[in-house]
Design a protein around this ligand. Structure first.
Ligand SMILES: OC[C@H]1O[C@H](O[C@H]2O[C@H](CO)[C@@H](O)[C@H](O)[C@H]2O)[C@H](O)[C@@H](O)[C@@H]1O
Length: 643
C-alpha cells in the first residue's frame, strides 16, 4: 500500500482544514466530503496532489477521486485529521442539510410523492379517459357526450370512478402513509390517520359549501366533521404531526408500556390536531384563495391577474387547494353565463404537459424516465396534471417553472381578451370544445403559447441542466462484426476477457463524468445482461468494498491494476442486491466469479446498471487497446489487448 502521508496533509490543508469538514466517507474510488464552506476548498491545488485523480461536486458532496486504494488513503486521512468517518447515508443526509429551504422543501415533497407516483399515473389516465367520454360533447351536433348516448359507456364512466376516486379523493391516505414511511415511523398508524381524513362519516370535501356542515358536539365546543378528500396540505401536516408525536412518546414512555401508550397517544392526538386545527387552517387558506381569485377576475388589473393566476395555478394543484376553483367557476357560470377562470386552468394544465413533452424528447434514451413521462404527458393533455407535476416536472424543477411561465403568458392573454368558457370542461387540449365560439380563435393562440413556450424553455434548460446519465445517453448500439474483427488481438498481444455478458460500450458513453472523462483511467463500459462479474484474467484481489460489494480491484500477474465497478452510484445501495465472492488478497483465475448483483434491484434504486471496467495502472503492460461496440460473453469475449 502506498504511503499517503504527504498527500493526506496537503489535502486536509487545501480542503480548508479539519473544521471545514462536516462529514467524510469513501466509496470504491472517491473520498466523499460534505464541507461546511466549499469555497474554502482550493480545487485547483487539490487536483495537483499526486494521488488525486480529479475532483467533482455532486448533490452537495465534494468528491475527491483517489482510485482503487481509496480505503488506504481514507484511513490515513481520517487518522491524520483526527476525525471519525461516517456512513455514506450520513454523508447524504449532511449533504441534504446544505440545500436551501426551497430545495429542501421540494426534495422532501418529491420524496413523499415518489412512492405514490404509480397510483397517481393510473388515476390520471383513468380520469383523463373519463373526461373524454363523459365531458366532450362531440355527438349529435356537439350536444351530447358518449356517456349521454350509450349505456355501456355510461357504465364504464361510472365504474372507472371507483379507481379514480380511490386514487385522488383518498390521496390523503397515501400521503400520510408515505410521510410515515419516509420518516421511519409506524406506517399502519399513518394509514389509519389518513383514513380518518377521508372517512365517509365526514362531509365530503367536494360538498363543503353546498351541503350543511356536520359537527361533533363536545358540549363546550364543536368540531367540524369535514372530509379532506383530495387535499394535500392537511394530509402532509397531519402526517408530520403523527411522526413527531410518535417520536416524542417513544422517547418519554418506559419500554414496558410503550406498545400501548405510543400508538394510542400519537394517533389519538394527531387525529384531534388534524381535524381540530390543521384541517380548518387548510380550509381557511382555500376560502381566501377563492375570494382572491374572484376579486382579481373582476378587477381592472385583470390582465395582470391572469398572468399571476396562470403562473400559480400549477403550484396550487400541488396543494390540492385548486379544487376550490370549481366553486368560483360555478358561481361565475351562474352569474355571467360563462367562466373566465376555467380557460386559464385548462391552459395551465396543457403548459405542464408541454414541459413533460420536452422532457420526453430530452430523455428519449432514458427508458426509465420515459415510463413515467409518457403516460404523465397524455394524462396532462387530458386535464389531469398530478402525474406530470409529481412524477416529472417538480423533480427536475425547471420544467415546472417553464410550464408556469408559459401558463402565465397565456393566462394574461386569455383574461385580458375576456376568453370565456361555457362550462367547466376537460382541462387539457380538448378544453377548446368548452370555449364560447367567439373566443375559440384567441383561445387557440393561447393554446399555441402553452404548447410552445414551456416546451422550448424546458428544452433549452434541460440541455444545460440534465446530465448525460439523466438523459440516458449511455449505451451505443452494437456495431457490425467487421469492426470487431479488425480490432481482434494479434498473436503477440495478451488479452483481457469480458467480465460480464452484455454490450460493450466506449468509456466515453458511461453515464458518469468521472469515468467517462477517464479521470480514473482508460477502459470500457458494459451494459450487463448477466449478473455475475467474473475475473478478466489471472491475478489477485487488491481491493473490495466489503459493505457495499459493488466494486472490486484486481492486480494481474504483470502488475496491471484493474477496477470493476458495477452500476453507477451503486455505493448508495449499501450492499442491497450485491454479493461478494472474494476478499482482499484472494488469488483468482480468469472466469472466476467475483461479484453477483441484481439488475432488478439496481433498476429499482434508480441507478444505471452500466458496469465500468478500467485499467487504473498499466503495470508492465503497454499499448493497451480496448474493444467496444460489440456483444460480449462473460469470460469468453476479448475486450482488451495489450503487449
Ligand atoms: O386534481 C385533479 C385535477 O383537477 C383539476 O382538473 C380537473 O378539474 C378541472 C376543473 O377544475 C377540469 O377542467 C379537469 O378536466 C379535471 O381533470 C386540475 O385542473 C388538474 O390540474 C388536476 O390534475
Amino acid at each position: 500500500m502506498a504511503n499517503y502521508t504527504d498527500d493526506v496533509k496537503k489535502l486536509l490543508e487545501l480542503i480548508g482544514g479539519r473544521d471545514n469538514i462536516q462529514a467524510v466517507s469513501h466509496c470504491m474510488t472517491r473520498m466523499r466530503f460534505v464541507l461546511i464552506d466549499q469555497e474554502k476548498a482550493d480545487e485547483k491545488q487539490i487536483e495537483k496532489i499526486p494521488s488525486v485523480k480529479g475532483t467533482f461536486t455532486q448533490a452537495g458532496q465534494y468528491q475527491v477521486i483517489i482510485g482503487n486504494d481509496v480505503s488506504g488513503f481514507y484511513n490515513e486521512f481520517t487518522k491524520y485529521a483526527g476525525i471519525e468517518g461516517v456512513s455514506k447515508d450520513q454523508v447524504k443526509q449532511e449533504a441534504k442539510k446544505k440545500q436551501n429551504p426551497l430545495q429542501k422543501g421540494v426534495s422532501n415533497l418529491a420524496e413523499i410523492f415518489a412512492p405514490l407516483i404509480p397510483a397517481i399515473i393510473v388515476g390520471g389516465l383513468i380520469l383523463g379517459f373519463r373526461n373524454i367520454i363523459g365531458d366532450v360533447k362531440f355527438l349529435e351536433g356537439g350536444t351530447k357526450t358518449l356517456t349521454d348516448v350509450s349505456v355501456f359507456w355510461s357504465g364504464i364512466y361510472s365504474f372507472l370512478w371507483l379507481i379514480g376516486e380511490a386514487v385522488f379523493h383518498f390521496l390523503p391516505v397515501g400521503i400520510v402513509w408515505s410521510v410515515t414511511k419516509k420518516m421511519g415511523t409506524t406506517q399502519i398508524l399513518g394509514i389509519v390517520l389518513g383514513i380518518t381524513l377521508v372517512s365517509p362519516q365526514l362531509l365530503n370535501a367536494y360538498e363543503v359549501g353546498q351541503a350543511a356542515m356536520k359537527y361533533w358536539d363536545f358540549g363546550f365546543f364543536q368540531m367540524q366533521m369535514a372530509g379532506y378528500q383530495g387535499q394535500v396540505i392537511p394530509a402532509i401536516l397531519a402526517g408530520f404531526t403523527l411522526v413527531y408525536l410518535e417520536r416524542f412518546f417513544k422517547k418519554i414512555t418506559p419500554a414496558a408500556i410503550s406498545m400501548i401508550v405510543v400508538p394510542f397517544m400519537s394517533l389519538l392526538l394527531s387525529v384531534i390536531v388534524a381535524h381540530g386545527i390543521l384541517g380548518p387552517i387548510g380550509w381557511q387558506l382555500g376560502s381566501w384563495i377563492s375570494a382572491g381569485v374572484y376579486a382579481g377576475l373582476t378587477s381592472s388589473f385583470r390582465g395582470l391577474f391572469g398572468a399571476f393566476f396562470g403562473f400559480i395555478y400549477a403550484p396550487l394543484v400541488i396543494t390540492g387547494l385548486h379544487h376550490m376553483t370549481n366553486a368560483i367557476d360555478l358561481q361565475l357560470i351562474a352569474d355571467y353565463q360563462g367562466t373566465i377562470l376555467w380557460p386559464m386552468i385548462a391552459l395551465s394544465n396543457i403548459a405542464q404537459g408541454s414541459a413533460v413533452l420536452a422532457m420526453i424528447v430530452l430523455q428519449k434514451k432514458n427508458e426509465r424516465a420515459q415510463q413515467v413521462a409518457i403516460p404523465a404527458c397524455i394524462s396532462c393533455y387530458l386535464g389531469v396534471t398530478e402525474p406530470a407535476i409529481f412524477g416529472v416536472n417538480l423533480k427536475a424543477g425547471f420544467p415546472f417553472i417553464s410550464g408556469m411561465i408559459g401558463s402565465g403568458i397565456a393566462g394574461a392573454l386569455a383574461v385580458s381578451t375576456g376568453v370565456m368558457a361555457n362550462a367547466v370542461g376537460v382541462g387539457g387540449i380538448p378544453g377548446i370544445l368548452s370555449i364560447k365560439t367567439e373566443f375559440m380563435a384567441v383561445f387557440a393562440i393561447c393554446m399555441l403559447i402553452v404548447l410552445v413556450v414551456p416546451f422550448v424553455l424546458t428544452w433549452i434548460m434541460g440541455k444545460k441542466k440534465l446530465t448525460l446519465q439523466e438523459r440516458g445517453i449511455a449505451a451505443a448500439e452494437v456495431d457490425t462484426a467487421k469492426e470487431v474483427e479488425a480490432a481482434a488481438p494479434s498473436k503477440k498481444e495478451q488479452i483481457l476477457m469480458s467480465v460480464l455478458t452484455g454490450k460493450i460500450i466506449p468509456i466515453e458513453e458511461v453515464p458518469d463524468d468521472v469515468f467517462s472523462q477517464k479521470i480514473m483511467g482508460e477502459g470500457i463500459g458494459i451494459e450487463p445482461e448477466s449478473e455475475t462479474v467474473v475475473a478478466p484474467a489471472n491475478g489477485s484481489v487488491s481491493a473490495v468494498m466489503e459493505d457495499s460489494g459493488h466494486a472490486c480491484g484486481l492486480v494481474l500477474e504483470n502488475g496491471m491494476e484493474i477496477l470493476i465497478h458495477v452500476g453507477i452510484d451503486t455505493v448508495d445501495m449499501n450492499g442491497e442486491g450485491f454479493e461478494l465472492f472474494v476478499k482482499e488478497g484472494d488469488t483468482v483465475r480468469c472466469g472466476d466469479p467475483l461479484i453477483r448483483f441484481s439488475k432488478e434491484k439496481i433498476k429499482k434504486a434508480c441507478h444505471p446498471a452500466t458496469t465500468v471496467f478500467i485499467v487504473t495502472d498499466e503495470g508492465n503492460a503497454s499499448n493497451i487497446r480496448f474493444l467496444s461496440n460489440l456483444q460480449a460473453e462473460a469470460g469468453e469475449t476479448v475486450i482488451a489487448a495489450y503487449e
